[in-house]
Design a protein around this ligand. Structure first.
Ligand code: C2E
Ligand code: MG
Ligand code: MG
Length: 697
């Protein structure tokens, strides 16, 4: 209601002058102000629209002219909001019904008394004021409902739609006018994750007074059959007597949040390069099976640990982008080999793990491992390179004694190492012996670390003999480890451990320094043998070390040994794996006067192209070719070819591992000049060598 204290102004619409004056008098007596008297409908409209407008219009129904009071009232109501009270002497049904159409605020019959007039006018003013408040509230509510970010849909008690806001229109893709009166299920159609219908919470609210929130993952099916993830809340709409007259559902589109959540999940559980599940997700799934297996020991499953052979070479030599492509291609091949229920995951680097659920039998697992081996050894064609790879696979079978997924993964990993040790490109099945072996190896690793740091290793020296006169021309220094409990341990066992743990650098350096000093002692003592040389094995790890040349120089200087007395034995793999650095290092060593030997020649890579690239003086023919050379024509041919090759490249050949008279004769026949083998001497202790040299001189 207006707050002004000015008296209410009333427009009188009356065509009979006397009656108009009578009304005016009544009104003035009642304290009202007269906004004017209009005799016709048209004048009434004019005055009603003028400024200031009257607060109320007293309208006679019968008027002179072409427009009666009802028509004038309806035109005024269409344009301004002024309460109208009809005045009439007639009260026939027809007129009343016509008057009702313009919703008058009151209806006064002439002749009237002052009290009736007063009451009717005051009620009309009051009613108008309430309606205005309601209208304002409605507008306010409408603005709020249209401006909030949530969708709002209201229904009546039967679940038929009575209101939808703009957001609801946009989410459901229904237009407001189509929705009104429709069942809510048509417009707000909800399904769960598995696409089963969900009851609209509106109905729950209508039944119980409160709708349960929708379960997570609820989807709304739009008019165009699209799926939108939504969240909601629904409540009853109560009237002032606390009776329900409909319900409201408020919901929102949570697509963005769901997408963000999914992205977070992907980051946490998927490998970005291959899009495969990562270790966390794999272990999660595996743990589930491990738990299941403890309850139902008959469910058969297996874990395969797959490691690409020689991936590091590809990565180091062709660069990471090609390495990445290889991993992606390998991941695809792995997926191709599996059933949809199996999980293949990337653990990082070139390691993949596969979880085979419900294996019919273990035959199935082995066949699959074979298939994976075959698939992964097909050459890859990537960025104009033909790349050859293979995989080593460790298999572990799900057994009820496993408590954690990590234990199973660990054992599959152990088996994979076994497969690699057995010669790559194959699979190995985990068994208890492997476990014991790994444990033993771990202990050995610790003991070796201790031995190396305590300088507890020793060196044996195996003479290298000239076939022409059986004279000793030098020695190979061979590391020996006398384990306090296990006795003498072969270098074939401890050298690979030293290489894997990095201890080899320290170990080789120690051997190098010791051997230089020892050979110097012998040279000095047996001056006739001043040309005695010593061969020292250098693991390929040294070539990733920047200071290998410095180390060698220092060892020579400290022993006061001439560089010409030192030979370094490298394997073929050293040359292949370190192509960049190795050429430079070898050149520097050669310039110092040191000779480079290729050890175990013939067992490494088949490429011979590197031979002329490096300053190599000698090929040591691997003992596997020498063994039984007298009776094996293939070996005989290989050795013959190596000797011809060495001569052609101006190199010397040394035959390793000669054990018998027959082997000696065969080698001599092929024109090989030097040998190293049990036939002449086993590796000897320092004292044994000293005695030997004493006897020869
Ligand atoms: P390698 O460098 O090829 O050494 C020759 C191996 O052949 C030695 O085995 C030697 O004892 C063995 N051998 C020599 N003549 C005969 C024979 O007539 N018959 C048989 N059956 N074997 C013979 P060892 O001492 O067990 O060493 C094995 C391997 O361990 C060496 O092979 C070498 O690769 C590695 N190694 C030994 N000491 C060191 C070292 O100080 N540093 C590095 N990096 N590796 C070492
Ligand atoms: Mg050697
Ligand atoms: Mg050798």
């Amino acid at each position: 209601m207006e707050s002004s204290l000015a008296p209410t102004s009333i427009l009188i619409v009356e065509d009979e002058g006397l009656i108009a004056l009578d009304i005016e008098t009544h009104l003035l007596n009642l304290g009202y102000q007269i906004a004017g008297i209009a005799e016709t409908g048209r004048l009434a409209i004019q005055r009603a629209l003028a400024s200031p407008p009257p607060d109320l219009i007293l309208m006679d129904i019968r008027l002179k002219g072409d427009m009666d009071g009802i028509e004038a009232a309806s035109e005024i109501s269409a344009q301004v909001d002024i309460p109208i009270v009809f005045l009439t002497a007639f009260s026939d049904e027809n007129t009343l019904n016509k008057a009702k159409l313009v919703s008058p605020f009151a209806y006064i019959r002439k002749p009237f008394d002052t009290a009736d007039l007063h009451i009717s006018i005051e009620i009309a003013l009051q009613k108008h004021c309430s309606e205005k408040i309601i209208k304002q509230q409605k507008n306010w509510l409408n603005t709020v409902l249209e401006s909030i970010g949530d969708a709002v849909v209201t229904t009546d008690n039967d679940g038929k739609i009575t209101f939808v806001n703009r957001v609801a229109e946009s989410i459901t893709q229904w237009i407001k006018s189509e929705t009104l009166g429709r069942p809510i299920n048509d417009v707000v159609s909800l399904v769960d994750r598995d696409k089963n219908s969900i009851e609209n919470p509106i109905f729950q609210a209508l039944r119980t007074g409160q709708g349960e929130p929708l379960p997570e993952g609820t989807l709304l099916i739009t008019k165009n059959q699209q799926e939108v993830p939504v969240e909601d809340s629904a409540v009853l709409i109560l009237d002032d007597t606390q009776h329900a007259h409909g319900a409201v559902i408020v919901f929102r589109d949570v697509s963005e949040r769901v997408a963000a959540k999914q992205q977070l999940f992907n980051h946490a559980y998927y490998d970005a390069l291959t899009n495969l599940p990562n270790r966390s997700l794999f272990v999660d799934r595996l743990q589930h099976l491990v738990d299941l297996n403890r309850r139902y020991p008959n469910c058969q499953f297996a874990v395969l640990f797959v490691d690409l052979d020689r991936f590091k070479i590809v990565n180091d030599s062709l660069g990471h982008p090609i390495g990445d492509q290889l991993l992606i291609a390998a991941a695809k091949r792995l997926q191709k080999c599996l059933r949809p229920t199996d999980t293949v995951s990337r653990f990082g680097g070139d390691e993949f793990a596969i979880l085979l659920e419900q294996c019919p039998d273990f035959e199935f697992v082995y066949k699959l491992a074979d298939r994976i081996n075959r698939e992964l050894s097909v050459p890859y064609h990537l960025s104009n390179y033909n790349l050859f790879s293979s995989a080593s696979i460790g298999i572990v079978q799900g057994q009820s004694q496993y408590e954690t997924a990590e234990d199973m993964v660990r054992d599959a990993d152990i088996a994979m190492y076994q497969a690699k040790a057995n010669g790559k490109g194959r699979y190995a099945i985990f068994d208890d012996a492997m476990h014991t072996q790994v444990k033993r190896r771990l202990t050995l690793e610790n003991d070796l670390r201790q031995a190396v740091s305590d300088n507890a290793l020793t060196i044996h020296y195996q003479p290298i003999v000239s076939l022409a006169d059986s004279a000793i021309v030098g020695f190979e220094a061979l590391a020996r480890w006398e384990h306090p409990e296990q006795g003498l341990i072969s270098p074939d066992i401890f050298i690979p451990i030293a290489e894997e743990t990095g201890l080899i650098v320290q170990l080789d350096q120690w051997v190098l320094r010791q051997a230089c000093q020892q050979i110097k002692v012998w040279q000095d003592r047996f001056s006739a043998k001043a040309k005695l040389g010593v061969s020292v094995n250098l693991s390929s790890y040294h070539f990733s070390q920047m200071d290998v040349v410095e180390q060698v120089k220092q060892a020579l200087a400290d022993a006061a040994l001439s560089a010409a007395s030192l030979r370094l034995e490298l394997t073929e793999s050293t040359l292949i794996e370190n192509t960049e650095s190795v050429a430079q290092i070898l050149l520097e060593l050669k310039n110092l006067g040191i000779e480079i030997y290729i050890d175990d020649f013939g067992t490494g890579y088949s490429s011979l192209s590197y031979l002329h690239k490096y300053p190599i003086s000698t090929l040591k023919i691997d003992r596997s070719f020498i063994h039984h050379i007298d009776s094996n024509t293939d070996q005989f041919e290989i050795v013959r070819t190596i000797i011809i090759l060495a001569k052609a490249l101006n190199m010397t050949a040394i035959a390793e591992g000669v054990e018998t008279e027959e082997e000696i004769e065969a080698i001599r026949g092929l024109g090989c000049e030097y040998v190293q083998g049990y036939y002449f001497h086993r590796p000897l202790t320092c004292n044994q060598v000293t005695t030997l040299l004493e006897n020869c001189s």
